[in-house]
Design a protein. Structure first.
Length: 582
């Protein structure tokens, strides 16, 4: 009998449309049927023998909820139309389509970093870990709470800010499948090696029953960070030179980008953007002919990875400069959602980095940055501007100074020997946030200031940068003139992957005045420029598993932070912060 391997996942949503993503075990026609409203269908497409579909349901009304089912008619037996969701015998609340928009208040849950592990004590991946394990899963706790409360209280959207999967830290189940498939005494060992294993990784991460229901019901946006492929991915030119020399890397990064495009990126796009994307058009054309799109997507992924070395799209000729066949070296991974009068711009700060051998360093390549700047311009239809980026823009003063100084020293300011030492420090301490990309930090500073002071349209009620990555939560505010909109950095991480005590102590030191002052003087001596912004970390830090909710109602905004207990009950979430942002 035909079935779903993964999904349904409630992805893009606006005031009248939603997109549902599925992975099926056979090719066929996928139909989404609402109980008392519209229905829509789409034919699956194939990549390396895996079958996927995106179904856009139109004609919905913002503020309403639509219980739905998913039906699959296999291509070989189209008369055998089967309901594949909800699954037979499934208990619990129905899955709902939930368009977002109009003048309704918006609740956006966000965070990052979720390791896939058992949802019961001791919460560990293996017996050698900390006996407290990984703690409880904040998304799991959210799903359990939603199942017992009215849909009017549920979040309207979910933003996953990176490390949705850990390709370098797999579960025991995935590790066992890898051992059965290949020799793990050879690199990359029990880490993910290729596209097939990435599919296993995503299927396991999102198939736990409560998580699967959550993702079927809340419109979900995503963006990648390093562990979606590998720790330190695109941290520097030196790192890329090292990793490109590894014989296993090509299959790893190519498979990782292919899987990211399929499992995460496609669902972020509104129907018009997806239809105009040349990679999607090429895949859809092959599907119409009954052909598999593996080779098209593999060539695209390989070119997309090479963008980091040059900063511009490359072709598919033998020297990288040939005809691209209409498929770019990289799509625009960044995207925009309009949630009523709130504009969310999600910025790719990982795949599109430029870390070229000539010293060029960009958190975002120039073409993508031009697009981001254009999306911040508005004519009054925006009350709140949100910018999502996986790595934080604003850190504590000390860590900002260390990252800025390390970038200068690693660039060779004091010779190659010292630069090599600075590069080792950069990789060891993960010094790769916006502060370590000075050109991009200044561009972002200028952009935020322009928006907050009315340079890109009427002044919004708030400008908030949403980030994850650093495995703790905090809130920081930029010091600005009284007439400017407040500019905030809100960080929430992890959903599930807490920091160890050593890094927590370093974080504590970084928040003290004396280390901040000394590091600032030292950074200036080493050639780092003074920051164009001044800010203060006003709240935090908080550790362990947690999630943040941004509540936007008219021109008011409030940030709520809820935290699980490391060894508490799976359903527990305790409020630790409620802060007005306007």
């Amino acid at each position: 009998m035909a079935s779903l391997l993964l999904g349904p996942m409630h992805r893009f949503a606006d005031a009248g449309r939603v997109t549902v993503w599925v992975e099926t075990d056979v090719p066929g026609d996928v139909e989404v049927r609402t109980a008392d409203g519209p229905r829509a269908s789409s034919r699956t497409f194939a990549v390396a023998g895996h079958h996927f579909a995106l179904v856009t349901v139109d004609g919905l009304v913002a503020g309403r909820v639509y219980p739905y089912e998913v039906w699959l008619a296999p291509a070989e037996e189209p008369s055998e139309d089967t309901r594949v969701w909800p699954e037979p015998g499934a208990a619990g609340p129905p899955s709902l389509l939930r368009p977002v928009g109009g003048d309704q208040p918006v609740q956006l849950v966000f965070g990052s970093c979720r390791v896939t592990a058992p949802q019961a004590k001791p919460y560990t991946l293996n017996s050698t870990e900390d006996p407290k394990g990984l703690g409880t899963d904040a998304l799991h706790a959210l799903a359990l709470r939603m199942a017992e409360t009215d849909p009017d209280t549920w979040p309207d959207a979910l933003l996953l800010l990176g490390d949705q999967v850990y390709a370098d830290h797999v579960s025991p189940e995935t590790a066992a499948r890898i051992r059965e498939r290949r020799d793990v005494t050879q690199p990359p060992g029990e880490e993910i090696a290729d596209f097939t294993e990435y599919c296993w990784l995503y299927q396991e991460a999102w198939s736990q029953p409560e998580i699967r229901w959550l993702l079927s019901t809340v419109p979900t946006a995503m963006i990648a960070d390093d562990h979606d492929v590998r720790d330190d991915w695109n941290i520097s030119a030196s790192w890329r030179a090292w990793i490109l020399a590894q014989p296993w890397w090509d299959a790893r990064v190519t498979g990782g980008i292919m899987a990211y495009w399929l499992y995460q990126h496609l669902g972020n796009l509104d129907p018009e953007t997806r239809a105009a994307d040349p990679v999607w058009r090429a895949v859809a054309d092959l599907a119409a002919q009954g052909e598999d799109a593996e080779e098209v997507l593999r060539v695209f992924a390989r070119r997309a990875d090479r963008l980091a070395d040059r900063g511009t799209p490359v072709g598919d000729g033998p020297d990288g400069d040939g005809d691209s066949g209409g498929i770019p070296g990289s799509p625009r991974w960044s995207y925009r959602w309009d949630l009523g009068r709130t504009r969310l711009i999600v910025i790719d700060s990982r795949l599109g980095r430029v870390v070229a051998a000539d010293g060029t360093r960009r958190m975002v390549n120039d073409a993508a940055w031009s697009w981001i700047e254009e999306q911040t311009r508005h004519s009054g239809e925006v009350d709140h501007l949100l910018l999502g980026t996986s790595v934080p823009f604003l850190l504590t003063d000390m860590i900002h100074n260390v990252e800025a100084a390390t970038e200068r020293v690693a660039a060779g300011r004091f010779g190659r020997v010292v630069a090599a030492g600075a590069e080792r420090v950069r990789r060891t301490l993960d010094l790769e946030h916006w502060a370590a990309f000075d050109h991009s930090f200044r561009k972002m500073s200028q952009l935020l200031t322009a928006v907050a002071t009315g340079g890109h349209g009427p002044v919004p009620a708030s400008v908030v940068v949403l980030s994850g990555d650093v495995h703790h939560a905090y809130l920081a505010r930029v010091h600005a003139d009284g007439d400017a909109a407040p500019i905030w950095q809100a960080v929430c991480s992890p959903f599930r992957n807490p920091l160890g005590p050593g890094i927590r102590r370093v974080d504590s030191i970084s928040r003290r005045r004396f280390p901040a002052a000394v590091s600032g003087r030292l950074a200036r001596l080493l050639g780092a420029k003074a920051s164009p912004l001044d800010w203060t970390v006003t709240h935090g830090p908080w550790f362990d598993s947690q999630l943040a909710t941004l509540r936007l109602d008219g021109r008011t905004a409030t940030l709520l932070l809820e935290k699980t207990e490391p060894d508490g009950e799976p359903g527990g979430l305790d409020e630790v912060l409620r802060a007005p942002l306007t």
